[in-house]
Ligand binder design. Structure first.
Ligand SMILES: O=C(O)CCC(=O)C(=O)O
Length: 316
């Protein structure tokens, strides 16, 4: 975590309700309303929450409810990129996309993404918990959705998930101007308080986790996980049966099918066509690992350590 690295960005002083409404009030965005208070939003079908709104209507929703404008591409908001300085953080690595997040009382669910990601806090606070890829078996991935954990970070059920009691999570509270580096393959959970809204920007970048990394991870999880991914590959991919999209995800078997199809097309590249995954949803404080708000947990790795560990995890 890089404390205050983005504190000078124009966005930190400019972005508020009036600014958004005067420029992009009529822009239509995908939002999530009536979010659950528990920390595993993936349990619910996406259709339970997903609603299209204008930014203006969403800002009214934001007054009182748990809701989210989640992972909306900057391309929807002409001129928004002028307020951020992502290129100063990124050097030459290819960027996959800048995304805007605005919400209140959101919980991402513990998950990992296939690429590296930078999360920049613009307003408000977020609680972040990260775990290395080596913790996966203690985090009980879902059958069929192996990048999502069944463990609720704030209210872990150690009877159902006993190994979670020994999972090592690194935690921090992010506040405006802080930057969090989340290496691809690293478990992360982000949650925001319900008293006020937050705004953040994410930028995913670099190459996707390779198929061989994902295959060896799946094999390590065991035969029941392998069987479920293969089943979904056949049923939802090859046979095209409809599947229920969960909040922020479709099954990995279907994602794999799509990725392989992209690769088999002329010009398909090894690192594209893959999993388009987002995370996400507040804590009144985690039990697995809970820093006091305002504290500066020493346990959070600095970016260079995290980066080299991520590289090792991917066999680079
Ligand atoms: O910012 C959030 O609340 C979630 C972000 C996240 O999980 C992601 O970008 O993968």
């Amino acid at each position: 975590m890089l404390r205050g690295l983005a504190a000078e960005w124009p966005a930190v002083t400019r972005w508020d309700r009036e600014y958004f409404l005067s420029r992009w009030g009529d822009v239509r965005v995908s939002t999530a309303l009536g979010l659950p208070s528990h920390g595993v939003p993936f349990l619910a079908p996406a259709s339970t929450f997903r609603r299209e709104r204008t930014v203006r209507t969403f800002w009214n929703d934001l007054e009182g409810a748990r809701c989210w404008l989640d992972e909306q591409p900057f391309s929807l908001f002409a001129g928004l990129e002028d307020d951020v300085r992502m290129q100063e953080l990124m050097s030459a690595r290819p960027r996959l996309g800048l995304n805007l997040w605005i919400g209140r009382g959101t919980k991402s669910g513990l998950h990992f993404d296939p690429t590296d990601n930078l999360l920049v806090m613009i307003r408000g606070d977020k609680f972040a918990a990260l775990a290395a890829p080596g913790e996966s078996r203690r985090l009980y991935p879902f059958y069929g959705s192996i990048m999502k954990s069944r463990v609720d970070v704030e209210h872990p059920d150690f009877v159902r998930f006993p190994r979670a009691a020994s999972a090592e999570l690194q935690v921090a509270w992010l506040t405006a101007g802080d930057v969090l580096y989340i290496p691809g393959g690293w478990w992360h959970y982000l949650a925001s308080p319900s008293e006020s809204h937050h705004i953040s920007v994410t930028c995913s970048f670099g190459r996707q986790l390779s198929l061989s990394f994902l295959a060896s991870y799946l094999l390590r999880l065991g035969p029941a996980h392998v069987a479920r991914v293969l089943r979904d590959f056949i049923v939802y991919g090859a046979f095209g049966r409809p599947c229920i999209a969960r909040f922020h995800d479709v099954p990995n078997g279907l994602q794999l099918y799509r990725r392989l199809r992209t690769l088999s097309k002329p010009g398909g590249r090894a690192d594209d066509g893959g999993v388009q995954e987002v995370g996400c949803t507040s804590p009144d404080l985690p039990v697995l690992a809970a820093p006091r708000r305002g504290s500066d947990p020493a346990s959070v790795h600095d970016a260079s350590v995290a980066q080299s560990e991520a590289a090792r995890a991917r066999g680079c």
